[in-house]
Design a protein around this ligand. Structure first.
Ligand code: T4K
Length: 369
């Protein structure tokens, strides 16, 4: 047994001394929040890094999702995936919207576009797909359906920092994309998130909504919320941007080692990339098939007994939680692929500080040693 726990992830943190000058500037300025200088610089730096037109920062990814739905005035029913973190479904329920679950594609584990049309009703106003594990959805097929039925598309892009297709950032697709900078994500600002907007007008609308609907001292235009990112988080994001390329490069190496060492393992299926030109290696999911000597839960427990905390993302499915179970589309017969995958998936530890010995140790346990 390893003497220290190995978790599914560990946040990347730059050397502490590099952060001190940022804090000194904040202390000098006494500007702690409300669109201060760090916030403005970080938004611009993210636009440049990601290659997107406009970024509106948020205090977390869930608030970004909630606000994206408000910004597009989404009501009625929204088609989404059951195979995600609960925040995807919760953002709909919190807005009084009924989630309509559509099964996933067995290769990408993203919403299966060929099943979307059958789920559209007169109440459908939008589609909320998730680029699960940072693997892009079939954005063209989804946009085609949305155009035909006059639906909005809001991507839950929580896992998708830095991912690119052959033209550019995956975050440019749909009407809006919401991203997370949570501690467990590829790029973290402790807590944080953003909405990627196609133009300045949309960003200004989103900015109003995340600041109580305030336009100026005497004008409130909407029942907004407090979704603002603080100056400390924004400053940390600026510093993280200087390190992110190396952090992703290290994730890539770990992904490669796992692939090389587990590729031929009977009963273990590795998820292939979904065609992205630049990946971010956010997660390393494996599928534990019936041919493997242990069940998924037995392997999960075996690793845990050796102080390795792999995670069953995303089990249970969102549709299996009590607040969703009564919805007709949440029934498992409607979601056979997602139901089967949720029973087989295990996400292995992957983060920049994971060393070769730890990877070998994890692989050895999976190989049965
Ligand atoms: N949409 C999707 C598709 C998402 O995956 C998420 C978040 C959201 C929306 C919402 O975005 P945010 O509102 O969170 O910005 C974690 C994260 O809390 C959650 O952010 C993430 N998805 C989800 C996939 O994973 P848990 O309950 O598994 O977190 P927790 O606390 O068990 O952390 C996992 C492991 O990470 C720990 O065992 C140890 C390590 N860890 C964690 C934290 C918080 C650290 O080493 N340091 C830390 O500070 O949900």
């Amino acid at each position: 047994m390893s003497d220290r726990p190995i978790y599914v992830t560990e946040p990347y943190l730059p050397p502490l001394e590099e952060f001190i000058p940022y804090l000194e500037k904040i202390w000098e300025s006494k500007r702690l929040t409300n669109n201060g200088s760090m916030h403005q610089q970080f938004e611009q730096a993210l636009c440049d890094y990601l290659g997107v037109p406009e970024v509106a920062l948020f205090n977390n990814g869930t608030m970004a999702l909630l606000t994206a739905l408000q910004a597009l005035r989404i009501t009625g029913e929204v088609i989404t995936t059951p195979y995600s973190f609960v925040a995807t479904g919760h953002s709909l329920l919190w807005n009084g919207i009924k989630p309509v679950f559509v099964d996933i594609d067995h290769k990408t584990l993203n919403i299966d576009p060929s099943r979307i049309e059958a789920a559209i009703t007169p109440k459908t106003t939008a589609i909320m797909p998730v680029h699960c594990y940072g693997n892009p959805c079939d954005v063209e097929a989804i946009q085609h359906i949305a155009d035909n039925y006059n639906l909005k598309v809001i991507y839950d892009a929580a896992h998708t920092f830095g991912v690119q297709d052959s033209i550019g950032s995956i975050l440019r697709h749909g009407d809006l994309s919401a991203i997370s900078f949570h501690a467990t994500k590829v790029f973290n600002t402790f807590e944080g998130g953003a909405i990627i907007c196609p133009d300045l007008k949309t960003k200004q609308h989103v900015n109003n909504l995340k600041n109580f609907g305030i336009v100026d001292e005497v004008t409130v235009v909407a029942p907004g919320i407090n979704g603002k990112m603080s100056e400390v988080n924004a400053a940390f994001g600026l510093l993280q941007l200087q390190h992110i390329d190396r952090a992703i490069a290290r994730r890539r190496e770990i992904d490669q080692v796992y692939r090389e060492q587990l590729n031929d393992m009977l009963g273990i299926t590795l998820l292939q990339q979904a065609g992205q030109k630049v990946a971010n290696y956010a997660y390393f999911p494996i599928l534990v098939e019936p041919e493997y000597p242990l069940s998924r839960d037995e392997l999960y427990q075996k690793l845990k007994d050796r102080n390795i905390y792999a995670r069953r993302y995303f089990f249970p499915l969102i549709s299996e939680f009590s607040m969703y179970r009564g919805i007709s589309s949440a029934q498992s017969e409607n979601l056979p692929v997602a139901t089967a995958i949720a029973k087989k998936v295990l996400c292995l530890p992957i983060y920049p500080a994971l060393c070769e010995n730890d990877i070998s140790h994890i692989v050895e346990i999976i190989r049965g040693n």
